[in-house]
Write a protein that binds this ligand. Sequence first.
Ligand code: HEC
Ligand code: HEC
Length: 414
Amino acid sequence: MSSSRRLGIHCAVLLSALLLQACGGGGAGTGDTPTAATTTTAVTTPAPVANRLTVSTSLFRETALSASGRLSCAVCHTDETAHSTASLVSFPTGGPNMDQQVPRASPSILYLQANRPFNINDNGNPSGGFNWDGRFNSRAQQATGPLLAVNEMANADVAAVARKVRGLSYFNDFVSAFGISAQAGDQLIFDTLLQALETYQQQDPDYLLFNSKYDRFLDGTTTLTAQETRGLNIFNDPNKGNCDSCHTSRIGPGRERPLFTNFRYAALGLPRNSAITANADNNFFDMGLCGPTRTDLTARTDLCGHFKIPTLRNIAITAPYFHNSSIATLTNAVEFYATRDTNPSRWYPTVLAVVDKFNDLPVQFRTNVRRTRPFGQNAGDPPALNSQDIADLVAFLQTLSDERNAAPGAATVP
Ligand code: HEC
Ligand code: HEC
């Protein structure tokens, strides 16, 4: 959230939705241990839990939690970019001296509330999980990654994090808001920090604003232009964009608003990005689900190259695109879908007169790459999307940007 003025607006809205704990009305937050002074005096008394969102927001922005003293969650997930990497930064840096590359893009972390723990169904198909390879099962668990990774906040261990938390000027607010003792041990302080970071992502209204032009269109309170409407139709048409088959655009069975992801995985065969330092080694490949960052699915070579399908909400403000930041602009991203197979030499280098298609995967795994619509043509065929279709799709995608300074919309469509 960007200002205290907005806190007021959002609290009024949230109070009406009875989410009292988010705004200081008292009552325990989701899954939290209630402290004293809860229900009976709920609305009138500013109970300790009232501070949860405030304290959690401070922790998300707290650079003192990093070894460098310069890195916080918010530095890699900025307000201005729907909580993805800062504008036009391809790869964040971290480590004690802030000079180590993080070799993936920070995705937007908005609209993840409905995501589930990582799961492989009876057909062997993965879904859910956090990060591009789904290796964490919750947002609380995910936060251990950046806090301890040597190229991110670079804390040596749980004790080092706990020491930094104890040193915060608002440590007392933290312990009272989360109902733990000021004498709590390292592990409890660490676990409570994880809980706080998850609380922030659950309760800050920015994370589920649902107030984009497309949402208002679904509500029937605004109309799309002719071009945006064409873009929506192409997005949903199985023979054209077919985007909706992965990036869900339709209202759910319980009238839930679409999240523009089905939380599954797919291999798109993106071009290799030489800006990734690890890629200087020709034998290094970031293959998502099958590793090497993720380590438990190395035997599932059919999943090499599969990455999580991200939400497309706010996509117009999160450039560059894809897990390896290999595509610079939104128009280019849509053009990649349109011409990956019809004009591969635009996207991949030519080596000894042969286009090295899907060059960010070892040769033996390139058959994992998706070839159904909008893909699947032969080189030289007309693309599934012409230049007008591409412009229309981009116009539609621009309707998915939230109004950051307006009140949130409801999570369901009336
Ligand atoms: C140095 C930059 C950096 C910092 C600091 C950082 N992140 Fe991230 N974040 C990333 C990157 C990169 C990814 C994707 C990682 C991957 O796929 O391996 C990510 C992924 C995530 C995800 C998963 C999103 C999804 O779609 O599954 C969440 C949630 C998240 N970060 C929250 C946090 C929190 C909370 C903090 C602070 C404790 C934090 N991040 C600190 C860069 C950063
Ligand atoms: C088969 C499933 C599938 C289909 C169909 C699909 N996408 Fe995607 N989309 C993905 C996956 C998976 C990623 C992330 C891939 C990666 O980074 O390796 C992605 C990423 C994106 C991104 C970049 C997101 C970001 O945060 O960087 C954009 C933009 C996008 N898709 C738009 C579209 C459009 C437009 C269409 C239709 C023309 C479409 N997608 C069709 C699976 C799909």
